[in-house]
Design a binder for this molecule. Sequence first.
Ligand SMILES: [Fe+2]
Ligand SMILES: [Fe+2]
Length: 341
Amino acid sequence: MNARGENISLLYIEDEAIVRENMLEFLNRRFDKVWVAENGAEGLETYRKKAPDIVLTDIRMPVMGGLEMARAILEFDDKAIIIVTSAHNESNYLLEAIEMGVNNYLLKPLEWNKVDATLQRCIERVLKTRNARDLENLQTEEAFHYTITSLARAAEANDEDNGNHILRVGEYSAAICRSIGFPKQLVDTIVLQSQLHDVGKIHVAPEILKKPGKLTNEEMELVREHTVFGARIIGSHPRLETAKSIALHHHEHWDGTGYPYGLAMIEIPVVARIVAIADVYDALRNQRIYKTGFDHDTACSIILEGDGRTEPSHFDPFLLEAFKKIERELEAIYGRLATVK
Ligand SMILES: [Fe+2]
Ligand SMILES: [Fe+2]
């Protein structure tokens, strides 16, 4: 055999002890994991519990024969790779095996080079299936990322030209997360899913979002609802929990004065507390139809000292400390991803 069956498991079913011992010695040298059963019933149970990559089985055995077992396995796993071994005078069994979809067989007495070649073929099939599955998983993951980004972009079209606002908020949030030691996987999730923080604005009329003057109380109420709408749009998929938390709570304030629920302190999910700082920093920097943009130092002093509208008490004090340490990094992100007007 050219390649060892690394990370590949095999289930071997044989009732005769001597044949079993010999074969086991051979198999153990070639596979990482070998399970053994003495008849079809035991083999079937082991298959269900362990899901081996390859099954090698004798045909005539007490309790349950190899073909009966193979049929039961193929019924719930039609891609199972099964090799049957049979004697020359049992060719009728072989035909039956082929008919049910078992396409590997070995004639007894076994010749090691033929056993080797058949196992090798099966290993290659296992690896091919795994590669195809890996590729499929990768494509699904890419589609997941793509869909989130597209949805965020679609929602943004309703708002005033925000340009790269959603990307910048993701990058600032990542910088804050890294500075407080969040694991990379969580940082990656926040970068991606924070893009949906304002997705609920899709439900708010563009005339309100783009209104140059001051909003009326009713209009303000409608704008505030983008948090609840956002959470509703994102839904309850477990992989989008972070996005949902951020969309729903990124306007809550540490001191309880935010919306939609007036949550305070650690009642607010930490991911939303992080995005809240990032979002406010970007809103202060960015020029909007109803306001001019501030330079970096002014934006920082408004967040850290307040201006009557934004107050430091709105933010998690621990995260404000982190913000202070990395504010230059945020400035660089703004510079790199600034909106081209
Ligand atoms: Fe928002
Ligand atoms: Fe935002």
